[in-house]
Ligand binder design. Structure first.
Ligand code: NAD
Ligand code: UDP
Length: 350
C-alpha cells in the first residue's frame, strides 16, 4: 500500500478498475466540468486510471450519471450535480472545462441557455482558476472557424461565422469563451490551454443525439435508410475518442498556451462516409453470422442552415508542440463503435 491509501480497504479498491498509485507530489486534484458527457466520461476514466483525484460537475442536460457510475464510491472520485452557470468553489490543481452541449439538436434546443453556459459558465470556471491558481483547459471547437474559407483549418484562421444563424449560440458562445479565456490569461495570469476539437465519435455517444456518426450507425443497424443531408458533398474529418483524450491530457500538461486543433485530417464527404458506415456495419454483421434482410439505401434530406461545407483539421501545431497524432483509423474506430451499439441493442437499451 502507498501511505496515502493505507486507510482504504483492499476490498473497496478491487471493485474498481486498477488505478495507478501516485505519490502525493504527482497526484493532481482535477475538476472536470461536463464530466458525465460523452467526451468527459472518457477523460474521467483516463484521469482516474492515471491515479488523480477527480471531481465531476454536471447538470445532466445531455450527460448521465451512468456514464461515470463505475467510479461511484472510489475514494479518488466525486460526482456533483451542478450547473456551471452558477459559481462553484473547490480547491483544485487543474480544470478541464467541457460543460456545454455539443450536438446541433441539443445546443439549438435552448439557444439562450447554450450561450449562458458558454459565457457565464466559462466566466465562473475562469474565476475559480484565478482564485485557486489552477491550470484551466477549455474544450473549444472547430465550429469557431464557422463555414471556413481556409482549408484545412489552422489555428491562425479567424473563421467565418454567421453571428445570428441557428448555430451561432454554439459557435459564438465558444468564440466568446475563448476571448474570456485569453482575457483572464492576459489580465490575471491565469494559466490557460485551449483545445479546438474537431468531430469526435466513439462509445458512450448518445445514439439519439442527432450527430452524423451515431445517426448512420443506428440507422444501418436497424435496417433503416441512411439520411444524408443535402447532396452529401460537405466534408468532415472524424477522430476517435481515445485520440482526443490523449490530445487533451497532452495539451493540459504541455507549456502550449495558444489554441491547438485536436482532430483528424482524414477528410470524407458525408456521402462517402455513409457508404463507409454501411460497409462496416455489413462487415460486422457478417462476422457475427447475421444476414441483413435488405441493403439499406442512402436517402437525401434537407441541408440544415449554415451547415459548414468543408472541414479538415490542420494538426501541425499538435504534432509539433504536443508530439500528438491520431492513432485510430476511421475504420478501426467505426468497427468499435458498431460493436458498442450492437451490444446496447442486444441488452435492450437501444
Ligand atoms: P455532451 O453533450 O455529451 O457532453 C456535455 C456535458 O456537459 C454533458 O454531460 C452535459 O450534461 C454537461 N452540461 C451541459 N451544460 C451544462 C451546464 N450548464 N452545467 C453543467 N453541465 C453541463 O458533449 P461532448 O461531445 O462530450 O462534448 C464535450 C465538450 O467538447 C463540449 O464543450 C463540446 O463543445 C466540446 N466538443 C466536442 C466535440 C465532439 O465532436 N464531441 C467537438 C468539438 C467540441
Ligand atoms: N448529417 C447528415 N445526416 C445526419 C446527420 C448529420 O448528413 O443524419 C450531416 C450534417 O448536415 C453535417 C455532417 O453530417 O454536414 C456532420 O453533422 P454533425 O451534426 O455530426 O456535426 P457538425 O455539423 O456539428 O460537424
Amino acid at each position: 500500500f502507498h501511505p496515502e491509501t493505507q486507510s482504504i480497504s483492499y476490498t473497496t479498491l478491487t471493485r474498481f478498475p486498477p488505478v495507478k498509485l501516485l505519490p502525493p507530489s504527482q497526484r493532481k486534484r482535477v475538476l472536470v466540468t461536463g464530466g458525465a458527457g460523452f467526451v468527459g466520461s472518457h477523460l474521467v476514466d483516463r484521469l482516474m486510471l492515471l491515479g488523480h483525484e477527480v471531481t465531476v460537475i454536471d447538470n445532466f442536460f445531455t450527460g448521465s450519471k451512468t456514464s461515470v457510475s463505475h467510479w461511484t464510491g472510489h475514494p479518488n472520485f466525486e460526482l456533483v450535480r451542478h450547473d456551471v452557470v452558477e459559481p462553484f468553489m473547490i480547491e483544485c490543481d487543474q480544470i478541464y472545462h467541457l460543460a456545454c452541449p455539443a450536438s446541433p439538436p441539443h445546443y439549438q434546443f435552448n439557444a439562450v441557455k447554450t450561450l449562458k453556459t458558454s459565457f457565464q459558465g466559462t466566466l465562473n470556471m475562469l474565476g475559480l482558476a484565478k482564485r485557486t491558481k489552477a491550470r484551466f483547459l477549455i474544450t473549444s471547437t472547430s465550429e469557431v472557424y464557422g463555414d471556413p474559407e481556409v482549408h484545412p483549418q489552422h489555428e491562425d484562421y479567424w473563421g467565418h461565422v454567421n453571428p445570428i444563424g441557428p448555430r451561432a449560440c454554439y459557435d459564438e458562445g465558444k468564440r466568446v469563451a475563448e476571448t474570456l479565456t485569453y482575457g483572464f490569461h492576459r489580465q490575471d495570469n491565469v494559466d490557460v490551454r485551449v483545445a479546438r476539437i474537431f468531430n469526435t465519435y466513439g462509445p458512450r455517444m448518445n445514439p439519439f443525439d442527432g450527430r452524423v456518426v451515431s445517426n448512420f450507425i443506428v440507422q444501418a443497424l436497424r435496417g433503416q435508410d441512411l439520411t444524408v443531408y443535402g447532396d452529401g458533398s460537405q466534408t468532415r474529418s472524424f477522430q476517435y475518442i481515445h485520440d482526443l483524450v490523449d490530445g487533451l491530457i497532452a495539451l493540459m500538461n504541455s507549456p502550449e498556451t495558444r489554441p491547438v486543433n485536436i482532430g483528424s485530417s482524414d477528410e470524407f464527404t458525408i456521402l462517402e462516409f455513409a457508404e463507409l458506415v454501411r460497409d462496416i456495419v455489413e462487415k460486422v454483421q457478417r462476422e457475427d453470422g447475421e444476414r441483413p434482410t435488405r441493403r439499406v439505401q442512402i436517402v437525401h434530406e434537407g441541408l440544415p442552415t449554415d451547415d459548414p461545407k468543408q472541414r479538415q483539421a490542420d494538426t501541425n501545431r499538435a504534432r509539433q508542440t504536443l508530439d500528438w497524432q491520431p492513432r485510430w483509423t476511421v475504420r478501426m474506430g467505426l468497427e468499435e463503435m458498431v460493436r458498442y451499439y450492437k451490444a446496447k441493442m442486444a441488452e435492450g437499451s437501444l
